[in-house]
Design a protein around this ligand. Structure first.
Ligand code: AMP
Length: 381
C-alpha cells in the first residue's frame, strides 16, 4: 500500500518520496491511521521494523495542523528514548520528514554527555522534543521546559530504557504529564515492566505486533574462517575477489571499524561504502541505493543499520566481527536466506572468538563448516 492512501498532507508525502519509501511497512500501515485518529498504541516491534516513521509522520501531521501557537518552552510532543544515538536518529527523522511543511515545526534532541546550557537555549520555541530521561528531568528542574502542554508521548525502545535503569526517572516524568494526552509505547519485547507501563499509562491501545521475518536457516551455507585480526582485511578481499562476489553485506561491531573496512576496500579497488548511526540519513540512503543498484559492491554496516536494510535477498553476508548475541547472528545471516533463495554466510573467527562462536552455533542448532584461514596464501591481497 502506498503512503498516499493515508491522507497525510502533500509536504509529508513529498519528503517520504524523497527518502525513497514507496510502500508502507506493516507497522506503518496499522499505526499511522490509528495515531492520526488519536488512538494509543502498543507497538511490539524491533528496530528495523520502520517504527520511527510510524510515529514521526502522524505526529508531524497533527502538530502542523494546529492553529494555536505553542507557548514558549511548552513542548507538544515528547519522545523518550534510551540512548543518545537513538535521540539523534529520531530527531533527524523529524527534520527530514518535516522539511517541506509550510509552517516549520521545531524539533530538538536532548541527551546527557554534553553540556546542558546550549540545550536550554535551543529549547526556545521547540514543539517536538526527543530526550533521554535523565537529561529531560535536569532540564525540567532548571525550568528550561514544561511538560504541561504535551499532547503526545512516545516511549521508544521502552524495554531498553527499563534495562538501562531508567524506571525511576520515567515514573517521575509520567507524573509531570497532563492526563489528557495520546501515548505511544514501542518495545521489542513485552516484559512485565513494559506491560505495567502499558496498563497504567495507555488507554485502550491498539496493539500492533510485528514479527521478525524468520529466515530459513537450512538455505544458508555457513562458513567460518579461522583467522587472526591482522589478516582479516586481506582475507575479506580474497573472498570477495576469489568468489567473484558482486553484492556483499559486511558486518562490523563498531562504527569506527565499519569506516575502516570500507576505506581499505576502496583503497584496494573494491567499491564499498559504510552505513552507521554517525552518518546522516541522506548519506545512508544514498549509499543504500547505490548498493541496490549495483554501483557499490560492498556495504559495510553495524547491526543497528543493517536491520533497516530493505533488500529482500542478498547472496552473501560476511561477519567481519561477530555480533554479541545469537539472535543478532541469525538476524544478520538471515538476510541471505529469504524467499527460498540460497545464500552464503561467512564469519571471521579469531582465536578469542572461538568460544563465543560455539555458543552462537549451539543456540542456533546449526553448525558452520570451518576453514583454516591461516593456511591461505594472502600475500597478493
Ligand atoms: P526503524 O525501524 O524506524 O529504525 O527503520 C528502519 C529502517 O527502515 C530505516 O533505515 C528507515 O529509513 C527504513 N524505512 C522505514 N520505513 C520504510 C519504508 N516504508 N520503505 C523503505 N524504508 C523504510
Amino acid at each position: 500500500m502506498p503512503f498516499s492512501f493515508l491522507g497525510l498532507s502533500a509536504p509529508l508525502i513529498k519528503a517520504i518520496a524523497e527518502q525513497g519509501y514507496t510502500t508502507l511497512y506493516p507497522i506503518q500501515k496499522e499505526a499511522i491511521p490509528a495515531i492520526l485518529d488519536g488512538k494509543d498504541i502498543l507497538g511490539i516491534a524491533q528496530t528495523g521494523s520502520g517504527k520511527t516513521a510510524s510515529f514521526v509522520l502522524p505526529i508531524l501531521e497533527k502538530i502542523q495542523d494546529q492553529s494555536t501557537p505553542t507557548r514558549n518552552r511548552h513542548i507538544r510532543a515528547l519522545v523518550l528514548v534510551p540512548t543518545r544515538e537513538l535521540a539523534i536518529q529520531i530527531n533527524s527523522a523529524f527534520n527530514v520528514f518535516g522539511n517541506y511543511l509550510l509552517s516549520k515545526v521545531k524539533c530538538l534532541a536532548v541527551h546527557g554527555g554534553v553540556s546542558i546550557n546550549p540545550q536550554m537555549i535551543e529549547l526556545q520555541g521547540v514543539e517536538i522534543l526527543v530526550a533521554t530521561p535523565g537529561r529531560l528531568l535536569e532540564l525540567i528542574s532548571s525550568k528550561a521546559l514544561s511538560l504541561s502542554d504535551v499532547q503526545v508521548l512516545v516511549l521508544d525502545e521502552a524495554d531498553k530504557m527499563l534495562n538501562l535503569g531508567f524506571k525511576e526517572e520515567m515514573t517521575q516524568i509520567f507524573d509531570l504529564l497532563p492526563s489528557k494526552r495520546q501515548t505511544l509505547l514501542f518495545s521489542a519485547t513485552l516484559s512485565n515492566d513494559v506491560d505495567s507501563i502499558n496498563k497504567n499509562l495507555l488507554r485502550e491501545p491498539i496493539v500492533i505486533k510485528v514479527d521478525d521475518e524468520i529466515a530459513n536457516l537450512d538455505l544458508i551455507e555457513q562458513t567460518a574462517y579461522k583467522i587472526t585480526e591482522e589478516r582479516k582485511g586481506p582475507l575479506l578481499r580474497y573472498i570477495i575477489i576469489g568468489n567473484d562476489l558482486e553484492q556483499v553485506l559486511v558486518f562490523t561491531s563498531t562504527v569506527h571499524r565499519a569506516d575502516m573496512v570500507a576505506d581499505k576496500l576502496n583503497k584496494n579497488g573494491i567499491k564499498a561504502a559504510s552505513i552507521h548511526s554517525k552518518k546522516s540519513q541522506g548519506t545512508r540512503t544514498a549509499a543504500l541505493s547505490l548498493f541496490k543498484a549495483g554501483k557499490i559492491r560492498v556495504l559495510v554496516a553495524t547491526d543497528l543499520m543493517a536491520r533497516g536494510i530493505d533488500i529482500k535477498f542478498l547472496p552473501c553476508v560476511i561477519n567481519y566481527e561477530l555480533p554479541r548475541s545469537p539472535k543478532d547472528y541469525v538476524h544478520r545471516i538471515g538476510r541471505t536466506g529469504r524467499a527460498e533463495s540460497r545464500g552464503k554466510a561467512i564469519s571471521f573467527i579469531t582465536p578469542e572468538d572461538e568460544h563465543h562462536f560455539k555458543v552462537i552455533q549451539k543456540k542456533m542448532g546449526k553448525m558452520a563448516t570451518f576453514v583454516d584461514g591461516n593456511d591461505i596464501d594472502l600475500s597478493s591481497f
